[in-house]
Design a protein. Structure first.
Length: 359
């Protein structure tokens, strides 16, 4: 059967999540289309020739499976609704609040393709309370291009430090003048080579400020494709961004500034004057630190084969075609459904409230 897939996104940062999925869908001989419900995502899809631009055309497409890198998805689109996630559980805030946010059940999804044991455990716990969805651990599509892990021969003799930052201002190092001045000082010292990428939601003026540091030892990248930068760098300098978890999959050290938690797999500092010292410590790859990173990664995403997209597609087809009579109907969600209709400018009473193609 030629299954019809739809990759549903909102923001540009979801494109690298969908690209490996698209590649796998094409490899398996199925049909694939993209749709974004926000302008940022629409702009990021300009180079693709398989994009559906209007919600009415999405409905007419009648997908069998909707792979979603958003928190919500329209109930009036046909197909099995699959949550593939737009990031790892970044642990930015106190644990109770953070768990609630990451494992919140909004009542739109039929299947959660989880990234690893910690995510699986959280959603299985939620499934007991909300038995209208299934949970299958697959790994995360975005990090497929990161594997297999291999050492890249570097032409650069200086240590390469990648800088990444979250968009939440109170948690972000990108807004801080003292961090900016310290990185400027270190780039002029000729000891390190810096590469920097910022979250797409960070204001343009903040990005331009960092871009002005452009030199032989500092380069700003306006991109959502982080994996090449991960591979080319020796360590990461960050705050609480979810890029930390992605980077750690390489078993490379991360130095964080004012992280919310004292994790043993991070080198966290709170003093500007400790930044350079922390960089040199991380570059030595302390045995205990690497062991802690490996232990953490095995609970986060224990898949190093680059085949998570394949597992997601296979799990989606399996769930689509299996007997789902054991699942309860999704909640009515009238307010959320109305908001989705208003957001997309499409009003219809039609809803796929039961698990899709329930047998």
């Amino acid at each position: 059967m030629n299954y019809k897939f739809l990759i549903y996104i909102s923001y540009s940062y979801a494109v690298p999540i969908g690209n490996p999925l698209e590649k796998e869908i094409i490899k398996q001989g199925y049909t694939i289309k993209w749709f974004s419900d926000l302008d940022d995502g629409k702009k990021a899809l300009n180079d693709k020739n398989n994009v559906i631009k209007h919600i009415k055309d999405v409905i007419d497409y009648q997908p069998d499976i909707v792979l979603t890198a958003t928190n919500n998805v329209p109930d009036f689109i046909s197909g099995l609704k699959v949550q593939v996630f737009h990031g790892f559980n970044a642990q930015k805030r106190p644990e109770a609040k953070n768990d609630f946010s990451h494992f919140r059940i909004r009542g739109f999804f039929d299947l959660y393709c989880t990234q690893g044991p910690t995510t699986t455990k959280g959603f299985l716990k939620q499934k007991k309370k909300h038995p209208h969805f299934e949970v299958i651990e697959t790994g995360w599509s975005k990090v497929d291009p990161l594997f297999p892990l291999q050492n890249i021969r570097k032409t650069e003799k200086k240590p390469v430090i990648l800088i990444a930052s979250t968009f939440t201002e109170r948690l972000s190092l990108a807004y801080r003048d003292d961090v900016f001045n310290k990185i400027k000082e270190l780039s002029l010292s000729d000891s390190f080579k810096f590469k920097m990428v910022l979250h797409p939601k960070i204001p343009k003026e903040v990005k331009e400020k960092w871009n002005h540091l452009d030199s032989d030892n500092f380069k700003f990248y306006d991109t959502t494709n982080l994996i090449p930068l991960f591979k080319e760098s020796d360590i990461l300098f960050a705050d609480t961004t979810s890029a930390i978890q992605e980077y750690l999959l390489q078993l490379k050290p991360v130095v964080t500034f004012n992280h919310t938690f004292s994790h043993d797999y991070l080198i966290n500092i709170t003093n500007i004057d400790k930044i350079e010292e922390a960089f040199f410590k991380a570059l030595k790859h302390p045995d205990q630190l690497i062991e802690s990173i490996a232990k953490f990664v095995n609970t986060l995403h224990p898949y190093f084969d680059g085949k998570s997209s394949e597992r997601i597609i296979n799990a989606s087809i399996f769930q689509l075609t299996r007997d789902k009579s054991y699942l309860k109907n999704k909640p009515l969600n009238l307010i959320r459904k109305l908001k989705m209709r208003k957001r997309l400018g499409y009003f219809t009473l039609k809803s796929y409230n039961k698990p899709y193609l329930k047998k």
